[in-house]
Design a protein around this ligand. Sequence first.
Ligand code: R5P
Length: 286
Amino acid sequence: VAIFGGRSNPALANKIAEAYGTTLGDLSIRDFADGEIYVRFEESIRGADLFIIQSTHPKADNWMELLLLIDAAKRASAERVTAVIPYFGYARQERKDQPRVSIAAKLMANMLTSAGVDRILTMELHAAQIQGFFDVPVDHLYGSTVLTDHVRQFDLDDFVVLAPDVGGLKMARAYAQRLGVDLALIDKRRPRQNEARVMNVIGDVEGKDVLIIDDIVDTAGTLTRAAKALKDHGALKIMAACTHGLLSGPAYDRIENSPLERLMITDTVPLKRPSDCIEVVSVSNL
Ligand code: R5P
């Protein structure tokens, strides 16, 4: 077995190698003056069972770098190449929900396959069906495994897990079952055109501590709007657990100025900057 890491998340790649009781293989990756990427394995990988760790959050170069690494590994006669993609970017564009748009997740799957990948190991895909975009095996891990263990440190009496939208219900239910607590849901509706959206909270949150669950926190709009609705409905302590902390654009400002007391994320994507209300739990052992 040989484990290599791209440049997208070196801290996690090192931790994974450490958890496996080894160190990362020797790899050169450089950018040419025009921005093209150069990769080279600096040790023999002939016949190796090779794992390449690379999250594919923006920028798109992280995708490109992964594809080049897979191509280089196959051409260097690695026996089996597994792409370990802790965060699978473009997974939110997984269907043609409007005319004339791309199914980007399928395109990423096609490119991985063309590059010669033998197996995918990924985590909390935005839509589990993306596994079917591949004809090679996909191991799909869940952030809830480490996040629920982390949440158990809190007092779970009068505790509710909440899905911030209907799409997140299945995932929130899995958390509620693992933690043995009740489930609630926010149903967003626009009663009439041009009227502000109403955030209906379905379930009993008054006087309870609430944990909002989502797969991704990106600009934190979804989480902070949910937190405000929960406060208005009498929730006490409001926390959130999300596997992938992209935290782009206004995310930090929104979180720090919201009723959210604590956001727990994993290290599938490197943290942009620390914050008193953000806690990072590692998925490396998983
Ligand atoms: C969307 O379907 C995802 O599950 C997340 O709810 C979404 O990506 C979060 O985005 P934001 O933090 O920008 O509201």
